[in-house]
Design a protein around this ligand. Structure first.
Ligand SMILES: CC(C)(COP(=O)(O)OP(=O)(O)OC[C@H]1O[C@@H](n2cnc3c(N)ncnc32)[C@H](O)[C@@H]1OP(=O)(O)O)[C@@H](O)C(=O)NCCC(=O)NCCS
Length: 323
């Protein structure tokens, strides 16, 4: 049976090959470097399993500064759990989780959006569902009024921005990298920080997708910044992150006229774990089941407050599609 050990730089090629074979054939070397080596929180913490002279398991955690109940902690986003298809169902993933929890990773609270393959393993080792990321939507324009788009468009009229809104413009990656820290979102116990370095790395340097960083200014003063993923071919816009820099900022609807002008009639989705005032006018899809947010504190960190529940965490679509 395989042995768990800390990842070493010499394992890099074997880990990329394992990820391609066991998870997604599109995972590139560039993605590995960006995600695991170049993040603003430093390299990911990684454990591998070695068996019969090769790497058959990998699990990693991206460290990120966060606040929990007002205390500065290190949060860890679980990423890339993978076991060689020939070695699955033998408990290797569970052993990698045990290894990470027992290791000196420096991570205080682990969190992820596990898929159905990995969720049972995380739950078995104590990760618990804190919340669900469910889309709230608005429709910009429609092709036929008598249909889903038309109905949603009619319902979305409530998302009209107030009159006299501030102008929106796209920021360059250099401008994003020079921003100050945003204000903490109100009323959330667990908030993973969105520093300028994080925003520039996550959205400006991602080798996987293109994002648009849009900002509202009042004169020279930045009010808020919205990160958008646009898929106009399928008429979809996902609002992936919002950073607020002034107390009166935080209105997704204020960006809708700009988005309609740039991308035309689209479905616009925003995540649910923000205060209702930010997503005012967006409609919750009654069929949306949502993605579970799983969280657990590190072994021996039971001091980190009571269990997190719905409405306690600030996470975004951008946190979800970290890879
Ligand atoms: C997810 C993955 C890493 C699990 O690895 P594994 O070594 O087979 O998992 P384990 O044997 O440690 O099983 C852990 C628990 O998960 C559950 N589990 C494992 N395989 C399962 C399956 N096929 N169906 C349902 N539950 C399963 C079981 O509850 C198991 O606990 P048990 O020992 O009480 O039965 C592996 O399936 C994999 O590489 N999948 C493809 C990559 C992927 O999707 N990664 C997740 C990205 S978020």
């Amino acid at each position: 049976m395989g042995q768990c050990r800390a990842y070493e730089p010499a394992d890099r090629a074997a880990c990329i090959e394992l990820l391609r074979r066991g998870h997604d054939p599109r995972f590139s070397e560039e993605r590995f470097a960006w995600l695991h080596e170049l993040g603003p929180g430093g390299p990911s913490c990684k454990v591998v399993v070695e068996a019969e002279g090769r790497i058959v398991g990998l699990y990693a955690v991206l460290p990120r500064p966060a606040h929990l109940d007002g205390r500065l902690i290190t949060a860890g986003r679980d990423v890339d759990p993978v076991v060689d298809p020939d070695w699955r169902g033998k408990g290797l993933f569970t052993r990698m989780l045990d290894w990470m929890l027992a290791s000196d990773s420096g991570v205080d609270v682990f969190y992820n959006f596990a898929n159905p393959a990995s969720a049972p393993g995380f739950r078995k080792r104590g990760w618990q569902e804190a919340d669900r990321l469910a889309d709230h939507v608005a429709q910009l324009g429609y092709r036929t009024l008598l249909g889903r788009e038309g109905l949603l468009w009619a319902a979305s009229r409530l998302a009209r921005p107030p009159l006299g809104e501030l102008p929106v413009r796209e920021l360059s990656i250099d401008e994003v990298a020079g921003l100050s820290d945003p204000l903490p979102p109100p009323g959330r116990r667990f908030v993973v920080q969105r520093s300028a370095a994080y925003l520039a790395w996550r959205y400006g340097q991602s080798p996987l997708r293109e994002y648009h960083s849009l900002a509202r200014h009042d004169g020279d003063e930045l009010v808020d910044m919205l990160v958008v993923r646009a898929d106009p071919d399928v008429r979809r816009i996902t609002l992936v992150d919002l950073s607020v820099y002034r107390a009166d900022g935080g209105t997704f609807a204020a960006y809708l006229p700009y988005l309609a002008e740039q991308f035309g009639g689209c479905w616009v989705g925003v995540w649910s774990t923000v205060s209702a005032s930010w997503r005012r006018g967006f409609v919750r899809s009654p069929r949306a089941r949502g993605m579970p947010l799983l969280v657990r504190s590190d072994s021996g960190r039971d001091d980190l407050g009571r269990a997190l529940g719905p409405g306690d965490c600030f996470v975004s679509h951008g946190d979800l599609e970290a890879n």
